[in-house]
Ligand binder design. Structure first.
Ligand code: SF4
Length: 290
């Protein structure tokens, strides 16, 4: 999923090396022991993980840590070198800028990674989500990492009624038992990527279907369900050049999420852009353009 953050470690999926060997991201980044012993590496890897697949984060972090296992050695690296080492993580140029400034930011904490959210978010490139992950993974302190999946699903369940991830985090701090704080992110990220997807969630196979309030949800059609005469068809049409441009960013993997009845790839070179159209037998409605 495009907007995913690197999950809390136990839930990390495993990719594969070129020789077919399974990649264990924790092993890749922390060959010398558990992540709790390396707050600096946890912080840097978490910064790198935003908008990046887990396998890419693991490989980029491992490359960077060979040259910069601590703040002092990171300070020795030029921004261009850092960018080269961490490529192809998402927004690698911006992240390289942040990492260049990180050693300076850590100076006010005696070159140590701080242990509180407020101190962590004063560092370059560290938002609340990253700070919460660092506090929980590096220091094993209760912290709630609210990303888009946690925010979305908690609202679908009406466990909270909030309109921003920050408000969700604050509401969960009031209501969610502390024993679930660290684990809730990895559970709901996995759940949000597999069943309760942002587009067309798979309610028909969800174990919570009978109890979930499904607030604001438009579930996918049950596979194989028959259409009646008034059934609405979803037709997705996309400019082929657009497809080429976004293919490397995982667009093709997102196609199932569109849950379309008909998919059309246009071959028009200029002028006409792809359109999303909802069609029914009685009406056709344009719902958006891309
Ligand atoms: S029933 Fe649907 S909306 Fe509710 S949790 Fe399951 S997949 Fe999500």
């Amino acid at each position: 999923m495009a907007d995913q953050q690197w999950n809390v470690f136990p839930a990390l999926p495993q990719g594969r090396h070129a020789d077919g060997q399974a990649v264990d991201p924790v092993e890749e980044i922390f060959p010398e022991g558990p992540p709790g012993n390396h707050p600096f590496k946890v912080l840097v890897a978490t910064i790198l993980s935003a908008r990046t697949k887990d396998e890419t984060t693991a490989a980029s972090s491992a490359r960077l840590f060979k040259h910069a296992p601590d703040a002092a050695s990171l300070a020795e690296l030029a921004e261009e070198k850092i960018a080269k080492l961490i490529y192809p993580v998402g927004f690698y140029k911006t992240k390289a800028k942040h990492l260049t400034r990180l050693p300076e930011g850590l100076k006010k904490f005696a070159d140590k990674v701080p242990q509180t959210i407020e101190e962590l978010i004063s560092l370059p490139g560290v938002g609340r989500k990253t700070a919460n992950l660092v506090v929980s993974v590096a220091y094993q302190k209760p912290a709630i990492c609210v990303d888009t999946h946690v925010h979305r699903i908690m609202n679908i369940w009406q466990y909270v009624e909030t309109d921003t991830p920050l408000k969700t985090e604050m509401a969960l701090r009031e209501t969610l038992p502390k024993k679930h704080w660290i684990g809730v992110n990895s559970i709901l990220v996995a759940f949000g990527q597999s069943i309760c997807r942002p587009v067309s969630p798979h309610c028909d196979i969800c174990p919570l279907e009978t109890v979930c309030p499904q607030k604001g949800v438009r579930p996918r059609k049950r596979p194989g369900a028959k259409m009646d005469n008034d059934s609405t068809l979803k037709f997705v049409s996309w400019n082929v050049n657009g497809i080429r441009a976004v293919e490397k960013k995982g667009f093709i993997n997102m196609m199932p999420d569109f849950d379309a009845d008909v998919v059309c790839l246009q071959t028009v070179q200029q002028g006409l852009l792809g359109t999303h159209v909802l069609l029914s037998r009685q009406r056709a409605r344009l719902i958006g353009c891309q």
